[in-house]
Design a protein. Structure first.
Length: 81
């Protein structure tokens, strides 16, 4: 038997196709930060350094809230795959 299911997405913001709900700067790990420095770069991006240097959990949470991009869905989801 076949059935049709309808899914309704409710969001405070319009939906945006984006692979992740943060800037790609947050994806850098220690290995790649060291590679960046070795090749003349600055290592971790400034936003990551700010987070790492913040000892207060409440301030860290505020940084996370500021950096998240609301309403993001991966491309595959928006195309129904």
């Amino acid at each position: 038997a076949t059935s049709t299911v309808v899914v309704h997405i409710i969001s405070r913001h319009s939906l945006r196709e984006q692979q992740f709900d943060t800037n790609q700067d947050w994806m850098m790990d220690a290995y790649n930060a060291q590679r960046s420095i070795a090749k003349g770069g600055k290592g971790y991006p400034d936003r990551v350094k700010e987070f790492q240097q913040q000892p207060c959990p409440n301030q860290r949470r505020a940084i996370i809230r500021r950096e998240r991009v609301p309403g993001t869905i991966p491309t595959a989801l928006s195309r129904g795959k």
